[in-house]
Write a protein that binds this ligand. Structure first.
Ligand code: SF4
Length: 192
């Protein structure tokens, strides 16, 4: 398939930004896989904070993810407990130290540059990036892990006065405002 020079330049720019973000990661005493896991756990909803979902998100093996999680537990950034939903599977959580580490995520510097360069007008950019990611995932195989509010199972404002006003039609679970922005292993885009 022929690729336009503009598309190639965009791919190079994304690659360059990614390298700059990686360079910032060296300062935190965590390797790139550990940063990825912390980011994932800070963004994923309660149905998705499992070793299996993490392995799927990374497109990695359970063994590799298990080693990353073990080192994060050793550093005191992550804990594991029995799932509140079924009691059989494991639910991973960030500790207070893990949450503090995420507040100093080197990716925040890149986000600040994006805000400065775009003046915060990102609706179109985000839509295009989501479409690009969706295509890349479809090509490579794998799940979207999109934000809950963009899911076809998301039912908004079903309980307007509640702390969990939204609902998941797939898992039949109440969802808070925070849940609606989290990423989910079961997410299916509302629009193709
Ligand atoms: S609505 Fe979709 S993204 Fe949200 S919890 Fe349900 S399956 Fe996951």
């Amino acid at each position: 398939m022929k690729v336009s020079p503009e598309a190639m330049e965009a791919a190079h720019l994304i690659d360059r930004l990614e390298r700059l973000a990686r360079a910032g990661e060296q300062a935190g005493g965590l390797n790139p896989a550990q940063w990825e896991a912390l980011r994932y756990l800070s963004r994923a909803n309660r149905f998705s904070r499992t070793p299996a979902a993490l392995a799927e998100y990374f497109n990695s093996t359970r063994g590799t993810v298990s080693r990353t999680l073990a080192s994060l537990e050793e550093k005191g950034y992550v804990t594991r407990s029995a799932s509140r939903r079924d009691g059989r599977s494991i639910e991973l959580s960030l500790t207070g130290a893990g949450e503090q580490a995420v507040k100093h995520d080197p990716l925040i510097a890149i986000a600040k540059h994006i805000d400065a360069a775009t003046g915060g007008s990102l609706v179109d950019v985000l839509q295009r990036l989501r479409q690009t990611l969706r295509r890349a995932i479809a090509y490579n195989g794998g799940r979207a892990f999109g934000a809950c509010y963009t899911c076809r199972h998301f039912r908004a404002h079903m309980r307007p006065r509640s702390a969990t006003p939204h609902h998941c039609g797939l898992l039949d679970e109440p969802l808070s405002e925070t849940d609606s922005r989290a990423i989910c292993v079961e997410q299916e885009p509302a629009t193709a």
